[in-house]
Design a protein. Structure first.
Length: 539
C-alpha cells in the first residue's frame, strides 16, 4: 500500500489515528464477521489491489484516498490528486443535471449509480461507470463518500456500434422497395420495414407474414422443410391475393433466406446454441402482372375473334347443309315414288328431279369443301377460375357499359380440369355473351350476372346465372337443338351457340343444364368430372 494515500487519509480524517479510523472500523466489522481469520493488512492490501478504481472523499468530495486501480484508470498518482476535488476528473461535458442528481442522491444518504464522462490526466476522455456510497458515522450522519468506478469506454463503443449497426440495418431494410420481415422459428415477426407495415393495413389478412408463410408451406410441401434444413433460399413464389372490399386482386412474389444466430439467452452461456430465422421479402408485382394480363387478353381477343369467325362460317355452312338436306330428302322420296310407278308418263319430271338432286348434291359437296378446319388443341390441366376470369376481362367493356353488377365467386382452391383451354374459353364466352344479351334485353331494374365455381371429390361445378328474362319452361329442352333461338331477330349464328356449348361440355364428359328451380332469370349449371378420361374428339 502506498504510504502517501493512507497517510493522507489518516491526516485528514477527524479520527484520532488510523487504528480507530474509517478503514480499521470497517475492517473490524468485517473481521468480526469472518471470525477473525483475516488480518488488517490483508484487508488494506485487498482494497488497494482490487481491480476497480476506488476513492474515498470527505463530504465535499475532497479526495482522501485512492487505490492503485484509480491511478491506472485516471492517470493520477496519489501525490497528484489527494486533497483535490473529484471534479478534477470532470470533463465538463456531463450535463449539470447529472451532478445535481448525483449530489441529491448521495446527500440523501442513498447510493448513486450512473455514467459520467471523465477526463484522464493526459487529456483524453473516458466513460466512467460510477457508484458512490455515503458512509455514515455512529450518529447516522454522512462522514465520507466512497466512489468506485470502471472505464467502460470500450463496452460503450461496442454497445453504440451494435446500436448503430441495428439502425443501419433498419435504414437499409426501410429503404428497400420490397416488404421485408424477419421471422423467428415460432413464426413470430421480430423485425419488419415500412413497406411491410403498409401491407398489414393494405391486405386485411391479419399478419401478412403468417398469411404468406401458410401459402408458401402449402405450395412447397416437403420442399419447404428440405430448404429450411439446408438453409437454402427460395425465390419467385407468386401468389394472387383477392382484393379487399371489391378491389381488384393483387399479386405478390415471395423470396426467403434462412440464417442462424447465436443464442444470447443466459441458458446458452456455456452451451453453444443457435436459433434459426427467415428473412422473407414480399414484392408487389400486381402492375407487371396486370400488364402481362392485358397483353394476354389482347392476344386472346384476336385469337377468339378469328376463332369465332371460323366457327361462325362453319356453323353457317353446316346449318345450310342441314337445311338443304331436308328438301333433298323429299326430292329423293318423290323420285323413288315416280320410279316405283314405272309408267313412262313422268319421265320428264323424273329427269328434272334427278337433275335437281344432282345439283343439290354438288352444292352440298361444294359447301362441305368450304367448311373451315378447326385446329386440334391438346388436353392440358385447365384452371377454370383463370378461364372464367379471362372471359370476364374479355367482356369487361360490355359489362361496364351496360352497368351490369358482376358477382364473381370463385372457389379458392379449385382443382384443375383436364381439358382444352381454347374450347372451354369458347364455352364460357358463349354462355356469358348470352347472359349479357339477355340482361340488355331485360326490362327489370336489377342487372346482375353471377358466376361461381365449386368442386367436390368427383366433379367441378360452374354456375352462370343472370337476372334477365330467362327461358320459358317449354323452350328449355329446345335451346340445345340446332337453329333454335328465343331471340326474335336471329343472326348469323342464330340458334347454334348453345349447340356448340353443349358439344364442348360433352367433349369434356360433362353436363350442362338449365336450373329449373331458379326463377329470377336464367341459370346454367355445368359440371365436369375431375379426373382425366378419354377425350371425345376435342377440337
Ligand atoms: P461542482 O461545482 O463541483 O458541482 C456541480 C453541482 O453539483 C452543484 O451545482 C451542486 O448541485 C452539486 N454539488 C457539488 N458539490 C456538492 C456538495 N458538496 N453537496 C451538494 N451538492 C453538491 N465527478 C466527475 O465528474 N467524475 C467522477 O469520477 C466523480 N467521482 C466522484 C466521487 C465521489 C466519491 C464524489 C463524492 C463525487 C464525485 N464526482 C465526480 C462529483 C464531483 O465532486 C463534482 O461534483 C462534479 O465533477 C462536478 O464538478 P463541477 O466542477 O462541474 O461542478
Amino acid at each position: 500500500m502506498k504510504k502517501t494515500s493512507l497517510q493522507f487519509l489518516q491526516a485528514h480524517t477527524n479520527l484520532a489515528n488510523v487504528t480507530n479510523g474509517l478503514v480499521p472500523n470497517l475492517f473490524a466489522k468485517t473481521n468480526q464477521m469472518n471470525g477473525g481469520k483475516i488480518t488488517y493488512d490483508l484487508f488494506v492490501e485487498t482494497v488497494e489491489q482490487v481491480p476497480i478504481a476506488i476513492s474515498i472523499t470527505d463530504k465535499k468530495a475532497k479526495i482522501l484516498y485512492v487505490n492503485e486501480e484509480f491511478s491506472r484508470v485516471t492517470g493520477y498518482q496519489p501525490e497528484d490528486i489527494l486533497g483535490t476535488n473529484e471534479s478534477v476528473l470532470s470533463d465538463k461535458r456531463t450535463p449539470k443535471e447529472v451532478y445535481y442528481d448525483l449530489w441529491h442522491t448521495i446527500s440523501s444518504k442513498k447510493v448513486w449509480r450512473g455514467t459520467l464522462c471523465n477526463r484522464h490526466k493526459f487529456g483524453h476522455r473516458y466513460i466512467a461507470d460510477l457508484t458512490i456510497a455515503p458512509m455514515l458515522d455512529e450518529q447516522g450522519m454522512i462522514s465520507y463518500y466512497i466512489g468506485m468506478h470502471r472505464d467502460i469506454t470500450l463496452e460503450h463503443e461496442a454497445d453504440k456500434k451494435a446500436v448503430n449497426q441495428k439502425l443501419l440495418i433498419e435504414s437499409v431494410i426501410n429503404s428497400s422497395p420490397m416488404a421485408m420481415v424477419v421471422i423467428d422459428d415460432q413464426d413470430k415477426v421480430i423485425l419488419d420495414n415500412h413497406n411491410y407495415k403498409a401491407l398489414v393495413s393494405d391486405l386485411d389478412k391479419g399478419e401478412p407474414a403468417t398469411y404468406f408463410l401458410h401459402k408458401l408451406r402449402d405450395e412447397m410441401g416437403g420442399l419447404w422443410t428440405q430448404l429450411q434444413s439446408k438453409e437454402q433460399g427460395f425465390n419467385h413464389r407468386e401468389f394472387r391475393v383477392e382484393g379487399k372490399g371489391g378491389r381488384r386482386a393483387r399479386w405478390f412474389s415471395c423470396a426467403g433466406n434462412w440464417f442462424k444466430e447465436n443464442e444470447v439467452h443466459v441458458d446458452a452461456f456455456f452451451e453453444h446454441a443457435t436459433k434459426q430465422y427467415l428473412i422473407l421479402t414480399i414484392t408487389d408485382i400486381t402492375r407487371q402482372r396486370r400488364q402481362m394480363e392485358e397483353r394476354h387478353i389482347q392476344t386472346l381477343k384476336t385469337i377468339m375473334a378469328e376463332d369465332e369467325r371460323v366457327r361462325s362460317i362453319r356453323e353457317t355452312l353446316l346449318g345450310a347443309i342441314h337445311q338443304i338436306q331436308m328438301p333433298m330428302n323429299q326430292i329423293r322420296a318423290a323420285e323413288q315414288i315416280l320410279k316405283h310407278k314405272g309408267d313412262g308418263q313422268n319421265a320428264g319430271l323424273l329427269q328434272i328431279l334427278q337433275q335437281i338432286q344432282q345439283s343439290g348434291e354438288e352444292a352440298i359437296a361444294t359447301m362441305q369443301k368450304c367448311i373451315p378446319e378447326i385446329v386440334q388443341t391438346t388436353l392440358i390441366s385447365v384452371n377454370l377460375n383463370q378461364i372464367l376470369h379471362e372471359v370476364l376481362l374479355l367482356n369487361d367493356q360490355r359489362l361496364w357499359s351496360q352497368g351490369i353488377d358482376v358477382q364473381w365467386q370463385p372457389q379458392a382452391q379449385l382443382p384443375a380440369l383436364p381439358g382444352s383451354e381454347n374450347r372451354l374459353r369458347i364455352l364460357f364466352k358463349q354462355l356469358i355473351d348470352n347472359a349479357i344479351d339477355a340482361l340488355s334485353a331485360s326490362e327489370t331494374g336489377e342487372q346482375r350476372l353471377k358466376i361461381s365455381t365449386d368442386a367436390d371429390d368427383e366433379l367441378i361445378y360452374v354456375c352462370i346465372e343472370d337476372t334477365g328474362p330467362g327461358i320459358p319452361v317449354e323452350k328449355r329442352s329446345k335451346v340445345f337443338e340446332p337453329f333454335y333461338t328465343t331471340r326474335p331477330t336471329g343472326g348469323s349464328q342464330a340458334g347454334m351457340g348453345l349447340v356448340m356449348a353443349k358439344e364442348i361440355v360433352n367433349q369434356h364428359h360433362g353436363f350442362i343444364d338449365i336450373d329449373p328451380s331458379y326463377d329470377l332469370g336464367c341459370r346454367f349449371k355445368i359440371s365436369f368430372p375431375r379426373y382425366r378420361q378419354e377425350p371425345r374428339g376435342v377440337a
